[in-house]
Ligand binder design. Structure first.
Ligand code: SAM
Length: 573
């Protein structure tokens, strides 16, 4: 089983780690081209929203060196149509944020295309601001005939826009790599009103309807196959021919495209919808309706609140399995663009089978990972935020699937598991190292790009068992200076109302004896008769050994608290 999380830029990870033509299904939900930063807003008791903000990912696209490099990389791709399109768009838009976004996406989408199996599918989740450009890019990479659907997903209940229609939908573009692809024919349930109107109770708790005789034929004779006998019944002498109304296919939930009339009749017969009664003049089209049966699922996925009871065979409302996540939803982890498990479950169930390999190269807080694991698929998740990867580990894997063993059943690549890895991360990306170090000791990293007044994160504890307090954490990836310890004492004292004076210095390199003496000199805090050192050193070796700073009654931040196994609608397996 492949279960793998990668920390890093997917444009670097995919060519290096994902083998060509191995993926069955890709879902991606890249950051949109809005000019706002998305910040994580954790609902932490004891922290004001400002303090609790955590920069999750930057959603501002500017034409910088990375965009210029992506543009050049595209010029070297073996896809003339894509190069032409990108050059034309660049002529039209210039070096704008939109163009920066499009070159980033074009490069990554062509890499994703390579990773897909010939039978693979792709779902690109985007918004109406960019979906039309992304569709053109996908048409050049996959081929226009490989476009299958544009799904409209209702992402919220309402939006307060007064000068235009309230924007409440996202767009999900569905492409396949070839004409042969996994498609498990998803169905949507009948509306209860439809069943009442078109079916009648069968007296056994079910509903059935009978369309007798000429429902399967049309008037007039034909010389082709539709005029020829089927199962010994000849329509021509009766002045008719075989003709199956389109609505039958909608009711049955099957697409008969490419079949001739006899094959269509055979299919309906095999599915049990046609009865042949020697006493009847014509074969009978007969249908009993059962919950779970219904027409083919449409491309509009829009939960409708307060429609409970209107869906046949269910107490849920319309599309409640793909309901957006309200602010206080139990499923919420605090990740700003978190998508519901039900949405991912619908996609994964329709376009892959048990054991298939699903990849999400912008996996965020891991909705795809959890849905894939629940539906018994293999999975790969990639994200450029170390916090996202740590969050998935804690909440999605350790929380929801505790039997999965780290390093044995699932792997995490790119985040330190040794001193060498920690040193490499600190040298390569200082901020990523800090975020990793704070999250690794169950702290909440600061959202700010540079240390927030000397604070890189906070550690929650409840000295009286009721009110949350937060020790300040400072992370040092380089050489420790004597000043570092003095600054930390000053910051912890400044924050005393919330920190009780506790400060933790997480360091890559061990402190000197003098530094330790300075820390001890800062004194102790007494809580419930026990003494705790106010200022504590914590080395990366301690982190790797699974140790935690010593605080009175430490608590996990809410965002890391153990999640129950998923119970989202659509994930009942
Ligand atoms: C819209 S969020 C995805 C949310 C996700 N669908 C979920 O349900 O949690 C986009 C994610 O893409 C990640 N990201 C942005 N650029 C990336 C890149 N170049 N490589 C990998 N991940 C990236 C961000 O860190 C962010 O977590």
């Amino acid at each position: 089983m492949i279960r793998k999380l990668y920390y890093g830029d997917n444009a670097k990870i995919m060519p290096k780690h994902v083998t060509t033509e191995t993926i069955d299904l890709v879902y991606l939900d890249p950051p949109f081209n809005s000019d706002a930063d998305y910040n994580l807003l954790f609902k932490e008791d004891g922290l004001s929203p400002d303090e609790a903000q955590m920069h999750a990912f930057k959603d501002t696209w500017i034409w910088d060196t990375a965009a210029a490099e992506a543009y050049l990389d595209i010029q070297n791709l073996d896809n003339d149509r894509l190069i032409e399109l990108i050059n034309a768009l660049k002529t039209a838009f210039g070096q704008t944020p939109m163009m920066a976004y499009l070159v980033h996406m074009a490069l990554r989408l062509s890499m994703i295309h390579k990773t897909l199996k010939a039978t693979g599918s792709l779902y690109l989740h985007c918004d109406p601001k960019a979906s039309h450009y992304l569709k053109m890019i996908l048409d050049t990479i996959f081929g226009p005939t490989m476009f299958r659907s544009e799904i409209i997903w209702r992402r919220t209940g309402a939006h307060n826009k007064t000068q235009r229609w309230a924007p409440i939908h996202d767009v999900i573009l569905f492409y396949t790599k070839s004409d042969t692809y996994t498609w498990n024919r998803p169905k949507q349930p009948y509306m209860a009103g439809h069943v009442k109107e078109h079916f009648k109770p069968d007296g056994k708790g079910g509903w059935r309807t009978d369309y007798y005789g000429n429902v399967l034929t049309g008037s007039g004779t034909r010389t082709g196959l539709s005029g020829k006998p089927w199962k010994g019944i000849d329509p021509t002498p009766k002045g008719r021919h075989w003709a199956i109304p389109g609505e039958i296919w909608t009711e049955v939930g099957v697409d008969p495209e490419g079949m001739n009339q006899h094959q269509k009749l055979d299919l309906l017969f095999d599915l049990g919808f046609i009865k042949i009664d020697p006493k009847a003049a014509w074969p009978m089209y007969e249908m009993a309706v059962r919950p779970g049966q219904g027409p083919a699922m449409s491309d509009i996925w829009a939960f409708q609140p307060y429609t409970e009871g209107t869906v046949f065979g269910s107490r849920a409302g319309i599309d409640s399995d793909v309901r957006w996540l309200p602010t206080r939803d139990q499923e919420r982890l605090g990740y700003p663009t978190q998508k519901p498990l039900g949405l991912l479950a619908r996609i994964i169930a329709a376009s892959s089978n048990k054991g298939d390999l699903v990849m999400d190269p912008f996996c965020g807080c891991g909705s795809t990972v959890e849905a894939a694991e629940t539906l018994e698929r293999q999975w790969i998740g990639i994200d450029i935020s170390p916090f996202a990867i740590q969050l998935i580990r804690r909440r999605r894997i350790e929380g929801a699937f505790p039997h999965l063993r780290f390093g044995i059943d699932y792997q995490v690549d790119g985040l330190p598991t040794s001193m060498t890895g920690a040193k490499a991360l600190a040298a390569q990306d200082k901020k990523a190292f800090e975020v990793w170090a704070v999250a690794a000791i169950d702290g909440l990293p600061s959202g700010k790009k540079s240390a927030d007044g000397g604070i890189d994160g906070k550690l929650k504890f409840k000295p009286d068992g009721k009110i949350a307090k937060h020790a300040v954490v400072s992370v040092k990836g380089g050489i420790l200076k004597a000043d570092d310890i003095r600054s930390l004492i000053a910051v912890a004292d400044r924050e005393k109302a919330s920190s009780l004076g506790f400060g933790v210095l997480v360091c890559l390199n061990p402190p000197t004896a003098k530094m330790r003496a300075d820390a001890t000199g800062a004194g102790v805090v007494e809580v419930a008769g026990a003494k705790y050192q106010k200022v504590q050193f914590f080395t990366v070796e301690d982190i790797l050994a699974g140790k935690r700073p010593r605080l009175p009654f430490p608590e996990m931040p809410d965002v890391f608290k153990k999640a129950e196994k998923a119970t989202a609608p659509g994930l009942d397996v």
